[in-house]
Write a protein that binds this ligand. Sequence first.
Ligand code: TEU
Length: 556
Amino acid sequence: MRRQWWHGLTAYQIYPRSFRDSNGDGYGDLQGITEKLPYLKELGIDLVWLSPIYKSPGIDNGYDIADYQAIDPLFGTMEDFDALMEKARELNLKIIMDLVVNHCSSEHEWFKKACADPGCEEASYFYFREGRNGHEPNNLRANFGGSIWDKVPGQDNLYYCHFFAKEQPDLNWFNPKLREKIYAMMNWWLDKGIAGFRVDAIMCIGKDPTFPDFEPDPLGDGRCGCGAMNERCNDVADRFLREMHERVLKPRNAFTVGEVFCLNKNNIERFIGEDGNFSAIFDFAARETLTAHCAYFAYEKLPVSKYREVTFRSQELTNDVGFLCPVIENHDEPRGVSTYLPPLWHNARGAKALGTVNLLLRGVPFIYEGQEIGMTNSRFDTIYEFKDLQSHDEYQKCLAHGLSEYEALRILNDEARDQCRTPMLWDDTLNAGFSTGIPWMRVHQDYPHLNVKAQMADPDSVWHHYKALIALRKNPEFKDTITYGRFKALPDPNGHTLAFLREGERNTLMVIANFGEGSVTFDTYDTARPLLTSGEVHLNAHSVTVAGGSSAVLLL
Ligand code: TEU
C-alpha cells in the first residue's frame, strides 16, 4: 500500500458553536477554538475537522451555507480564521473544513437570483421543476420531513428540490459551470492552508434528473425517503466525485473523509482504494443498522454482539483495500457510550473500554468533542430544549404514531442529534467554563464532576486513557502495526466482547474490550506484555482475564 501523509493520524471533530465561547455571547467561536488548540495538542491530536463556520442563517446549524468564502459573524472574522490557521501551523495540527455542496442556503445569492428570475443562469444551479397535476414533481420525502419540493417563491407551479430542510436548496451537479465554481472555492480554501475536507452528505448528489415517483415506504404518508433515489444513482455521484478528485483533491494531495453510508464490497475500491474518490470514509456500519428504520421511534437498541458483528465486518471489508475512519459518535449521533453499551457501562469504565476499540481498529479514528472525557447523552426535560429541526420533526412523528409526549421525550433523549451538541465541559465553574453568557444549549447535567479540568488532574480518568491510547498509536515500536497491521477478529466468549488482533510486520497486538458483567479469558499462548489496560485485567502465564467493563492491549 502506498504510504500517505495522513495514515496513522488521530483526528478530532470540533462542533464550533459548542466548543468554547470567547466573547460571552453563548455560542462557541473561532477565537475560542484557537485558545484550545494547545489542549488538543496535549491530548495527542494530529488533525482537526471543523464543522461549518461559513456564513449561514443557521437553520441547520451552519449546514446551510449562504457564502462559502465568508466566516459567519457568530464565529468571528476571516482574520480570526487566519489566526487559527497560524496557531495550528505552529502546533503542527492539520485543519480540515466541512464541504457542504449537495445544497447551499436559500439565503445564498445564487438562490436569491434564481428565485427572482427562474430564467437566469443561477436558476440552472438548482433543480427547478414544474409540478405534476397540481402536485409536487414526485413523492420523495426530505430527510427532515415533508416533501423534497417547495414552491419557488412567487411561482404557481414551479418547485425547487431540497433533500434536507426547505432552506437548503439542492445544487444541480449536472451543471458544469456550477461544478467549476465549487472546485474554485475548494482550491481557495486549500490555498489558505487547510489540509482537506470532510465531505458532507455527498451521496445525495447522485440524482435522477427526471425525478420519477418511488414506491411509498412504511411511514404511511405515501412518500418514500429520498435516500432511495441516491441508492439508485450511485454511479452519477461517482462520476462527479471522480472529477472532483482528479481536478482538485489529487493534485493537492488533500485528505478527504466522505460522509458515505452505503459501503459494500462492490463500491469500496472506487471510494477508498489506492486511487479512490476519497482518502477515507467514516465507518457508519453500526449507525446504519440502527437508522435502517424510518423514524426514531422505530430504532431498536443494538446489542453489543450486533455492534461487534457490523464493526468487524467493515474492518474485514477494508483490510486489503483502504482506510475507514472509526467513529462512535458525532454531531449527528447521540453519544457512543449511551448508544452502544449496556446501561451498566454508561460510565468511565465503559468509556475507556469503548475508546480502546475505537482507537485501535484499523483506520484513522475521529474523536468527537467530549468523547475523550466519556460524555454520555445530555438529558432534556421539555421539547423546547431541543434545538435541532430534525428533533422537532421526529417528535411530531412520535405523536402521530400515538406515543405520549413523555414517551416521545424519552425517545428523543436517546436518539436525537442534540444529545451530542451540548457545550463542551471544560471545568466545574459556571456553564462548565464554556461561556460566561447564556449558553445556546443547556449544559450537560454531569459537569460538576465530569469535566476536562478534573480529568486532567486525575491520572485514572477517561481523558488520561485516551491520551495513553493516542500515545500508543504514535509509539515508534507499534505505529506501523496500528496503522497498517491487518485486523483479525477473535471470538466473542460471552456475547459482549470485542476482541481482535492487529498483525503487523514487526509485531502483533491483541485488543480485548469486555462489555459483559462477568470476566472473559483469552489464550495468549506465550507470556504477553500488557501495553495498556483499563478496569480489571489479570495476566497469567498463557492467558489473560478481562473483567466486565475492562479492556486490554497486549503485545503477543
Ligand atoms: O448529514 C447527512 C445525513 O445523512 C443526515 O441525515 C444524518 O444521517 C442524520 O442527521 C442523522 O440523524 C449531514 C450533516 O452531518 C448534518 O449535520 C446535516 O444536517 C446534513 O448533512 C445536511 O447538511
